[in-house]
Design a protein around this ligand. Structure first.
Ligand code: BGC
Length: 733
């Protein structure tokens, strides 16, 4: 069977089982067989390549020299095309006929694996339609240990398990379209400040249990490529780090694909080659100089500083990725300007809508044909200069649908909150008034006699090469931008029916708003991409019940998080205790905990059942992509009945947390190890099923250098958030 057929068949079987509602294991087809076939094709091809061909395959042609952000030259002797690498994680950067999907963090906020997978498949379809061979996403680092971190929104929230599942679904989605995915940024790249000079000094256990975890999911999902990051890891550049690349990624995780550098993250010729880097991007620095590979690599190989077998290995890995995805069997010509949107906006609207988290509601929502609504804030309308006026979205003007930097894309259109509310108001015969600035002057006139006042506030962040209003990538504070607190206060002073809508890259401090009399609801609308207003109206008017849950914790004050952007090196002193792991461990009451989200209905949890055959001890399986095979096998199953006990349809995300037995070294009190989203009619019940793999019950043993299931009793907690636990049980190993 042709390799591509094998791969697509496996993906199709999985997808089919999912849509038919059959219980499927979350394990990817091991892929070992597919990789073996791809590597054998690669070896045959390699034999026909000259040394110069090989050098060309591993070296980008230079910054700004081709149609894509990264390019390698065609190799005619083997019919290998010019390869296009293009950003990014939420769509096709610089595209003009492409979709502005929801950012990763919004996808995570849905906790809906079907939507996340469909998003990936559509991203892949658009990339393929544009002739892009390697799509530079998804993002598992930054994980988001620092709420201020500029690029947290590109990834999937601050929990490695949730991020890992989202990585797997997204990668399988992208690659099902025949496009090579790229898991980035490997590893421990948690802030923008000094990202190109600092060292992230991370202890072995923390690295495995937090930062490596979602990359292991990526490898297990057969991701074709991994991008090494700008920072140093434990004193050595990530792109010339033998331990991170050769020992951990390639050996321990059994990664069969190739490592490409972040843009200009390479610092040496032979050392990076010998430490496991396989492709350098973009091939020069941003001034077209400073070439580490190309002729320099050729010299290093001729001088014996880099073995010929290492150069061969780089090429075999790159070719294997190309064969694995069947890209040798004909591929569209590179055209970033192709129109490839199809019906993908439906996924954008669904993810934007189902990722909305209702934080507070005293009954004002859902709206029902109000007589008059008022809309307040500059962020309720589109940027008057144009929806794509700012390069790489490097401004926070008008409605916010994504952060800034290389992970941003052009909007084909952008539906603002006001646009969508006006359309709805017209249909209902509702009067609508607008205060389209953030000045508190004149607010009271606009809002005074409205039945509902929608105040839209934001917080933005992005990649460090752009500074916006003093935020150099990372946010310099966690307050809403542009006078947001005062704007809410001004509206609430004049009208006691205020609904605060937050469009934000991540956590903001909500205390001032919560202390404002007249704030009746807070709708955490996240980052909704191009369908911004439509998704909001769906929730505000109860077309659906809100069903998103926070993929991070919102604290009461900045100091509660226990992490901050650091100057100089970061020693990751907080270890395993980030986000809710920290709040739980330090017994700090969060404002809204990880996993929290309200609905227009209620859910009850009952009837927990646990079966397990887990044996204590280290993993013993053969290495497959992702690590020892037995780590990925189900060893316990937990089920619970979830009932919609309210009056309207809704969806609940049931979450499972594990507490390790006392025989394990000090660990977070609770760690997410399963979730299941169930859509239920009023009165209906469904079964949430959590399949726990061996890895879900293991910790990283630094002495054994292996994953170990500790003996004793595991506490199993099932609930509606990390602090709203409804059912508990025990697994004994
Ligand atoms: C970013 C990457 C991106 C690359 C190419 C870098 O600055 O860190 O995420 O893929 O640029 O644009």
């Amino acid at each position: 069977m042709a390799l591509q057929t094998f791969f697509l068949l496996a993906a199709a079987m999985l997808a089919n089982a999912e849509t038919t509602g059959e219980k499927v294991s979350r394990q990817a087809p091991s892929g070992a067989q597919a990789w073996a076939a791809a590597h054998s094709q690669a070896a045959t091809t390699l034999a026909r390549m000259s040394q110069q061909d090989k050098i060309n395959m591993v070296t980008g042609i230079g910054w700004d020299r081709g149609p894509c952000v990264g390019n390698t030259a065609a190799i005619s002797s083997i019919n290998y095309p010019q390869i296009c690498l293009q950003d990014g994680p939420l769509g096709i950067r610089f595209g003009t006929g492409t979709t502005a999907f929801t950012p990763g963090v919004q996808a995570a906020s849905t906790w809906d694996v079907d939507l996340i997978r469909q998003r990936g498949a559509y991203l892949g379809a658009e990339a393929k339609g544009c002739g892009i061979h390697i799509l530079l996403g998804p993002v598992a680092g930054a994980l988001g240990k620092i709420p201020h971190g500029g690029r947290n929104w590109e990834g999937f929230g601050a929990d490695p398990y949730l991020a890992g599942i989202a990585m797997k679904e997204t990668i399988e989605g992208i690659q099902s379209a025949g496009v090579q995915a790229n898991a980035k940024h490997y590893i421990a790249n948690e802030q923008e400040l000094n990202r190109e000079t600092m060292s992230s000094n991370v202890d072995d256990r923390t690295q495995h249990e937090l930062y490596l975890w979602p990359f292991a999911d990526a490898v297990h999902a057969n991701v074709a490529s991994v991008m090494c990051s700008y920072n140093k890891l434990n004193g050595t550049w990530a792109c010339e780090n033998d331990k991170a690349l050769n020992q951990i990624l390639k050996k321990e995780l059994g990664f069969q694909g190739y490592v490409l550098s972040d843009w200009n993250a390479q610092h040496s010729t032979a050392l990076s080659a010998n430490s496991g880097l396989d492709m350098t991007m973009p091939g020069t620095d941003f001034n077209g100089r400073n070439v580490y590979w190309g002729p320099q690599l050729n010299n290093a190989v001729n001088a014996g500083q880099v073995q010929r077998s290492r150069l061969d290995d780089m090429c075999k890995r790159i070719l294997a990725g190309w064969y694995l995805l069947g890209q040798n069997q004909g591929y569209p010509a590179i055209n970033i300007r192709a129109n490839v949107q199809g019906n993908h906006k439906e996924n954008v609207r669904a993810v934007a809508r189902d990722g909305i988290v209702l934080l507070k509601n005293d009954g004002i929502l859902p709206l029902s044909k109000p007589r008059k609504i008022a809309v307040v804030g500059s962020h309720s309308v589109n940027n008057p200069q144009g929806i794509n006026a700012c390069v790489d979205k490097g401004c926070n003007v008008g409605t916010l649908g994504m952060g800034w930097g290389s992970g941003s894309v052009n909007y084909p259109y952008l539906v603002s909150p006001y646009d969508a509310l006006r359309t709805r108001a017209q249909a209902d015969g509702t009067q609508i008034s607008l205060h389209n600035t953030d000045s508190t002057n004149g607010v009271s006139n606009v809002v005074s006699d409205a039945d509902a006042v929608v105040v839209v506030i934001t917080a933005d962040s992005g990649e460090g090469y752009i500074t916006v209003e003093g935020h150099a990538g990372d946010r310099s504070h966690l307050d809403p931008w542009h006078n947001g607190n005062q704007l809410v206060q001004a509206a609430a002073a004049a009208n006691k029916n205020v609904i605060v809508v937050v469009h934000s890259v991540g956590q903001i401090t909500l205390e001032t708003i919560l202390n404002t009399n007249g704030v009746r609801a807070i709708v955490w609308a996240g980052l909704p991409g191009q369908e911004n207003g439509n998704a909001l109206v769906d929730v505000l008017y109860g077309l659906v019940s809100p069903s998103g849950k926070l993929p991070y914790t919102i604290g009461k004050r900045e100091s509660d998080y226990g992490t901050a952007v650091v100057r100089g090196d970061d020693n990751f002193r907080e270890g395993l205790f980030v986000d809710y792991r920290h709040f739980d461990n330090a017994r700090i009451e969060p404002r809204y905990e990880f996993g929290f989200g309200l609905s227009y209905t209620n859910f009850t949890f009952s009837d927990i059942k646990i079966t397990s055959n887990v044996k204590p001890g280290p993993a013993t399986g053969q290495t497959i992509p992702g690590g020892p095979a037995d780590l990925w096998e189900d060893v316990a199953t937990v089920t619970a009945t979830i009932t919609n006990s309210g009056a309207v349809e809704g969806a609940e995300v049931a979450q499972l947390y594990i507490g390790l037995p006392s025989s394990a070294p000090a660990s977070p009190p609770k760690q997410l190890r399963g979730f299941s989203k169930l859509k239920l009619a009023p009165g209906a019940s469904g079964t949430a099923t959590f399949n726990l793999r061996r890895r879900d019950l293991s910790y990283w043993d630094t002495r054994l250098q292996n994953w170990v299931v500790p003996s004793g009793n595991f506490v199993v907690s099932v609930g509606a958030s990390s602090r709203d636990i409804r059912l508990t049980g025990t697994i004994t190993a």
